[in-house]
Design a protein around this ligand. Structure first.
Ligand code: PGA
Length: 257
């Protein structure tokens, strides 16, 4: 069974709906792969979450893992347009982003759907990267804590402790920080992280799930701020959108750990 390691810094690239051609995807993947294998840095786990149409074209390895950006919750059946966890696992996918704010916003993904996806990802021996975070409006209203608690509790409702132990990644991504060039201050990231740990503790009691979960930060991460975010906040890694589309920028981030 796949497990995460808290000794590593997770550097996850989320290409979102980019690039537009397989040729460009091959160039980008190849450039990142070459640098990652040159460096031999055992303290970092690098994952690329590709658009699903490209997943079958690439192979993960011991230093560079494959991730998906979404999944459906049923293994197979009459669900036009969807991609099942079994299909992803069959392509060598180890990580699946679940509940990204862009899917919550544009595809009306609900907490209930996200909960089913988390369960199906775990069931199929992959690691869910559960994205949570508040919008600017919610932040201004002082609702950040409530949003974090609500999204986390609903996403993990009924998720069995045995299945979740050592296999959950939570990515705190304030919606207002995504693609905006603005990041929260270290204190804000740390309070979110503490709250996430507290909620996990509450859900799973003394079970190792809470200690073994990795907590990442995402939102406008660049080679300029990556190291200080990790150093100042003690997060277990980063989920990187825009900066993962530039091979040297992304590799610089991975190399800073
Ligand atoms: P960004 O995106 O790094 O471009 O802000 C992060 C994300 O959406 O995961």
């Amino acid at each position: 069974m796949l497990k995460i390691s808290k000794d590593k810094v997770y550097v996850l690239g989320n290409w979102k709906m980019n690039p537009c051609s397989l040729a460009e995807a091959e160039d980008l993947f190849g450039a990142i792969e070459n640098s990652v294998y040159k460096k031999q840095n055992d303290g970092v786990e690098v994952v690329l979450c590709l658009p699903s149409v490209f997943l079958s074209e690439f192979e993960g390895g011991d230093r560079l893992k494959l991730g998906a950006q979404n999944v459906f919750w049923e293994d197979k059946g009459a669900y036009t347009g969807e991609i099942s966890p079994k299909m992803l696992r069959g392509l060598g996918v180890d990580f699946v982003i679940v509940g990204h704010s862009e899917r919550r916003k544009y595809l009306d993904e609900t907490d209930e759907m996200i909960n089913k996806k988390v369960q199906s990802v775990l069931q199929n021996d992959m690691i869910p990267v559960l994205c949570i975070g508040e919008t600017m409006e919610e932040k201004k209203r002082g609702d950040t804590g409530e949003i974090i608690i609500g999204q986390l509790e609903k996403a993990l409702e009924g998720v069995d402790a045995e299945k979740a132990a050592g296999r959950i990644i939570v990515a705190y991504e304030p919606v207002w920080a995504i693609g905006s060039g603005v990041t929260p201050c270290a204190d804000e990231i740390m309070s979110a992280c503490l709250l996430i740990k507290k909620v996990l503790n509450r859900i799973y009691g003394g079970h190792e799930v809470s200690d073994s979960a990795a907590i990442l930060y995402g939102g406008s991460v660049s080679s300029e701020n990556a190291q200080s975010i990790i150093d100042k906040t003690g997060m277990n890694g980063l989920l990187i959108g825009g900066s993962s589309l530039n091979a040297s920028e992304f590799v610089n981030i991975a190399d800073s750990f």
